[in-house]
Design a protein around this ligand. Structure first.
Ligand SMILES: [Zn+2]
Length: 57
């Protein structure tokens, strides 16, 4: 198994982690009701995900 040869420095670790929250959540438009929704999440407007009703309204 691969083992790190050197300990990751605090600066390098912090630089890497600084990029994680820079980009916000991906917004896509629901193919059913065309409302903006989060990618890979159930649409909160119509309650559908992948042509299946997930949330009963
Ligand atoms: Zn929808």
């Amino acid at each position: 198994m691969g083992v790190p040869k050197r300990r990751t420095s605090k600066a390098r670790k912090n630089r890497r982690r600084a990029m994680i929250k820079v980009s916000g959540p991906t917004i896509v438009f629901c193919p059913r009701c065309h409302e903006p929704k989060m990618a890979h999440r159930v649409c909160l407007e119509c309650g559908y995900y992948r042509d299946q009703k997930v949330i009963e309204k």
